[in-house]
Design a protein around this ligand. Sequence first.
Ligand SMILES: *Cc1c(COP(=O)(O)O)cnc(C)c1O
Length: 823
Amino acid sequence: MFTFKEIAQVAGGMLAQCKGEYPIQHLVTDSRKIINATASVFFAIKGEFHDGHQYLPELYQAGVRQFIVEDSEAIMDLALYPEANVLLVSNSIEAMQRIAAYHRRKFNLPVVGITGSNGKTIVKEWLAQLLSVSERVVKSPRSYNSQIGVPLSVWQINESHTVGVFEAGISKPQEMAKLEEVLQPTVGVFTNLGSAHDEGFATRNEKLQEKLKLFAHVDKLVYCADQVNVHYAVQKLGLPSFTWSKNEPSVAEVQVKVLEMRQQKTKIRFHYQGHGQDLTLPFSDEASLENALHCLATILYLGVPAEQMAGRFERLVPVAMRLERKEAINGCYIIDDTYNNDVAGLRIALDVLVHQARRGRKTLILSDLLEAGMEEEALYRQVAQEVKARGVDRVIGIGDIITRHQDLFPQGSEFYLGTDSFLGQLRPETFRQETILVKGARVFQFEKVVAALQQQVHGTLLEVNLDALVHNLNYYRGKVPAQTRIMVMVKAFAYGAGSYEIANLLQFHRVDYLAVAYADEGIALREHGITLPIMVMNPSPDSFLKMQQYALEPEIYSPDLLHRFLDYFPEKSPKTPKIHLKLDTGMHRLGFDATELDEALEVLAQMPHVQVQSVFSHLAGADEALYNDFTREQIAQFKTMSARVEQALGYPVTKHILNSAGIVRFGEEAAFDMVRLGIGLYGVESSGSDQSSLLTVGQLKTTVSQVKQINAGDTVGYSRRGVATTDKQTATIAIGYADGYDRRFGNGVGEVLINGHRAPIIGNVCMDMCMVDVTGLDVRAGDEVLVFGEGLPLTELAARIGTIPYELLTNVSTRVKRVFYNE
Ligand SMILES: *Cc1c(COP(=O)(O)O)cnc(C)c1O
């Protein structure tokens, strides 16, 4: 086991203080993810948006005693941490990498290192599945492939493992050499070269060269020899290769021929060392085939006998990459994670559970674990500890193995031998206002459990990608000076995305403020445990008291409203009432104009017991260069007016004027103290100049209810507006104007995407349905239909009906179920 002194030696740097010996089990970089404080080493990282050093006192309070820091200022006063061990290094991430590399060197096992543009995580998961039949596999949890993720993955290796499978990803030059030192792979897999992260590199070839650095010391590199540019680069570098190919003839070690590909099955024949063999793979798409062939070649190289392939591949299961959150019965929330059920995956899912369920009970429905390399009793003891450490209130264990170890789990837990026996005895009323993590190995078919607990609604969904949302948040953070605070607009159900979920995520990512339109929206957030300051933009006087009770801060925009506020809070109250002053600098919507400002300041002078939290204004044309002069005038006027306010009040007040488009176009000159991020967070760059930097957050999806063949001359839908000029095939899809699908999309104006093909709307849009033209396409009832999202951008659709993306987003009706997920 490591000691802190040993860590200091390995990591380099200066041992600022060493006050004790504590166990070293967990390396942690996120202060919110401390589970076992005394056994954790916290690495304080100064990031672009966060500074881990800020949390040192808080972590010390929570019992953390081992710190690796990179900012000497942060530890000026070591007396604050009397019992701590503190190591000062020049770079905390590099220190962690050195520690992991040192740990890695202690083990002499084959380690497969995987990189490439696409498919890394799937190849990693599949290799682990295929190898676990005969090996004890350690692998990266989910897609832990970054400068931090790789050391954390390697840190898991222990004596019991016989093979390691890890992925490595990079976004910038110089990163891969570091990952190579940490991982020290003995076998390489290069999946493919695509466009991901092109922006970080001068040329595609530079990216390829950088990626290949992972394989500097491998015994063999596995890849597809048909990728000409990759093959050429590998040969030129003289790396030892082990390749597969679909071309004939070829020099590849493994020769593959696709015999048949249809209906979720692909039949192939492969030749290796002079023997041919048939193999059936359980899917029928090109991407999966490529991933599977990388796996086939790798395990052939690792010595798995060719005749075992059929048995191993037939059990290959798809990798569920997503962790979804769904609304469930009786006010519950489900976190649905059917990703591989091993301890590392469980740990990540439990962290999500903890952050999701700030209030209310936490329930875990867990199947037997599929964990290679651990003795059963020890495994469930560890699981029970992880569960307990996170304050899970009850466990529902399903499977005969977990049931055997039920004594290890908290009182009140329930156990069932199988999924069906659980469902047979399910009493829905025993689930109430709680967050339920459903985590089961695939054989347990926990999708049935999710279906039983989920709120039943029709098949139209708004899928919200939370990772994309965080990406967008960080994009906007990068556009303003570092100290600028961020207020996020979560009005109108967070632009349709679902207010509580989004607010919770924003709170986790430490934005500074939220804003809603009405008091009710703010109260709902408070009732879901949101503690961030919240501004209410359209408060009615009769909600002032309620707002005070819920610590909501009204925007005051007129002399009249200010007088009314004074009526409600005439004198000092135990909780200082807080307000935000809105100035009208040209939008002419709400706000004090220059002529009303004197009166406002007079009234404010009578209310020193009220705190003005901020003063702000709103730009009318921030998104268009045409209005630049006007925008600059607004900014200048805001400067003058807000200075008057500050002077009259006699204390500094937070100032803000920029919305999303303003941040992109004026972020450097007019960020003031805070900015107000709206639509950009949800993936629309409304100035249109930098859309490609944002990721799509919301995708509206529905399903095909029925497919029909109609004849020339037939009509479709109400008022017989859809006229078939030729014989046609139509599909009826389960979305209509009551779901928020605009009627103006009718009669060919709108299009949807079915199986990757665009299909125009035919006839009028109905209340709950509409019809699309799918002539010549292979479409069946039950197929998924994309209404907007990847490949069908909101900006394009909005333009077709003469509106803006804001309207399409906020129109998605509340009856459409929101599903939130992380990649
Ligand atoms: C909605 C709103 C914003 C955000 O605008 P976006 O264009 O969505 O960024 C900012 N400020 C005020 C006052 C708003 O009402």
